[in-house]
Design a protein around this ligand. Sequence first.
Ligand SMILES: [Zn+2]
Length: 143
Amino acid sequence: MSDHERVWPRLEPVETGVRGRCPRCGEGRLFDGFLKLRSECDQCGLSYDFADPADGPAFFVICFGCIPAVTFALMLEIWFTPPLWVQLCTSVPLLLITCILPLRPLKGWLVCSQYFFKAGEGRISRPWRPYGADGPLVEPRKP
Ligand SMILES: [Zn+2]
């Protein structure tokens, strides 16, 4: 049975992406290292050429990790004016944790979402539905 004939299970991008697993089979690894993507799935052979999250993970980390952490550091300084060692022991680890740890699951989630929703460059419209979704096809809008 070739890849085109086989029916793959519908896997939610959040589940596979956060775990760093292949968006098609859910078993193969997505990453080669901390943030570098593999060229293809080691289980089902899916090529990850479609994957291009660009600055998406960094954007979410900045919005939901860095800004709150920097705000915490500023408020700590303004309200309590603590000695430097308190900032070094609280704000610096908080900033590192909120900026580095979420990058990998966010990148995995975005890559798996690209596969799930068939994201790509714009092209002529045709009927569409999310990967594995049941229900009627969505007809493109007429101009
Ligand atoms: Zn796979």
